[in-house]
Design a protein around this ligand. Sequence first.
Ligand SMILES: Cc1ncc(COP(=O)(O)O)c(C=O)c1O
Length: 400
Amino acid sequence: MQTPQIITLTEQYLMPVYKPLPVAFVRGQGCRLWDAEGKEYLDFVAGIAVVGVGHCHPRVVAAITEQAGQLMHTSNLYYIPPQAQLAQRLAELSFADRCFFANSGAEANEAAIKLARKWAGINLGEDHKDIITAEQSFHGRTLATVAATGQEKYRKPFHPLPPGFKFVPFNDLPALDEAIGDQTCAVMLEPIQGEGGINVPDDDYLPGVRQLCDERGLLLILDEIQTGLGRTGRWFGYQHWDIEPDIMTLAKSLGGGFPIGACLAREEVATAFEPGNHASTFGGNHLACAAALAALEVIESESLVENAARMGTVLAEMVDDQLGKTGALDHVRGKGLLRAVQLAETVSAKEVQQHCLESGLVVNALAEHTIRLAPPLVVSEEECQQAVNILTEAVGKSSS
Ligand SMILES: Cc1ncc(COP(=O)(O)O)c(C=O)c1O
């Protein structure tokens, strides 16, 4: 099928919730993608921070192929060997002791919200069910996670939403302190806000949040769906600030491109859940867990966390240097390979995104004047250079 036909079918048969760019990718390898007409692209979106190990990593492909030929799915009514191994691996890598597996980020956050409320019912009292989240946050599209998301544009059409969520400005400790009330049970934050603009908090913010939670007996839930698993140059975002959450959610890059989500918690919190409290038909099935185990193995054996830290700095410096000279750059922010290129207010990010696509570079227009760069963690210095060259040219075209 060629692109025009793919577009026609999509427009006719899909619910109109997406507004895709006029390209259909059919093949990928590492940081490269190819469209239906065979044109090659450098991918600096990585499925929005999903393919950390790069497209079609041979070890992930092999693990999926082997597992698919052996057993894809039974049920959580029975023990699942790769699920047990994956939970062990995630516990070894993080602060957590136990995992629950889901199929997406929103589902992982649903589990976190339910777990926090269950824990609070036991430990704080039945009236402690409120969760404080941040303005500009993004936690998913299910009703509870939309309710937890601090952006009115995602919430407004879908009222009535589940109650019990309260918003405070991100990176504002006094506002959080003031918002904590008699019914609060948890604070839920992205360590670096992703969809809200790649907003990195001040260095004292997350340690301050941790301290407030400790003083007031509240749980700290970190949504590391976008920031986790090496993306920011550490295994988990919280490690930049030397703190630990009580609950953490992962998804996106966990399966190396295959859908899987996870809610992790320390022992005392995790065991608030009892049999029957939560479940998922597909969550943690053989296939998804085999893919995730392979992806974790790749991140570790290819030192991708270290590469993300190194290439993130290289990329930010290149953007700063080259785009800085054009006068069209305001600043670059982010950590590791999760970066926002803040353009001058005269430059449209959508136009830059379109010019980049035409020149074979996939980037994401995150806001009116903001480009998100989130390449696979396997990206090389040469690929960063090539991307920044194309980006600089595209910004030049969009400025004139
Ligand atoms: C921080 C964060 N939380 C939750 C989600 C929702 O994940 P999913 O789309 O897999 O449900 C996203 C997706 O962009 C995200 O970035």
